[in-house]
Each structure stands twice: as C-alpha cells, then as structure tokens.
Design a protein around this ligand. Structure first.
Ligand SMILES: [Zn+2]
Length: 104
C-alpha cells in the first residue's frame, strides 16, 4: 500500500492550490465581462483560454475531493471499474487516479 498519510497531505495541498486558482479565474472572468465591448473583443480569446483552464481546474478539484473521500472511506487505491488495486507507483505519480492502468 502507498503511504496514505503522505498522499492525503499532497492531495489537500493540491486542493488548496487549485481552489485558489479557480477563484482567481472566476475573478478574471467577471472583470472581463464588465469591460466595454471594444476591449472585450480583444480579450475574448483570452477568456476562452481562461474558461478552459477553469474547466480543467474544476475537474481536478472534483477528482481530488473524490480521492480524499475514498481515503476517508478506506477504499482509496481501489480501481472504480475492476475493483482491483490501482498500484503504488501509479498512485504516487497520480495520487487522484480512480482507475488502474488497465481500466484507464
Ligand atoms: Zn481496473
């Protein structure tokens, strides 16, 4: 089994970082919406990028929360598809992996 306490700490740190980033993106997007149309046209491209970054960030936040729930439930490291072990090395590389290499 991987070192759960260490992984939990990593996940919590990452979650804090991502939450802060998601809030920043949110701020940027609402600020951009207040600009007049001329400026907005120039910035529209940047907004799309921001929204994509936001989606990825929210997705990662979801995955990390899920992994933390699994730790609490004692099911961490179990593949959600085949219910086999995900593997220590994979979890160390990707602590919020929910599927083993064969199922991902
Ligand atoms: Zn599997």
């Amino acid at each position: 089994m991987p070192n759960i306490a260490k992984i939990k700490k990593q996940l919590e740190e990452k979650l804090r970082e991502l939450t802060a980033r998601a809030e920043e993106i949110d701020d940027d997007l609402s600020r951009a919406a207040d600009d007049d149309w001329e400026e907005h046209a120039v910035e529209a491209e940047g907004d799309e990028v921001l929204e994509q970054v936001g989606d990825v960030t929210l997705d990662e936040i979801r995955q990390i929360k899920y992994a933390l729930n699994q730790i609490e439930a004692g099911t961490y490291g179990v593949c959600t598809t085949c219910e086999g072990p995900i593997g220590k090395e994979r979890l160390e590389a990707l602590p919020f992996a929910t599927r083993c290499i064969a199922c991902s």
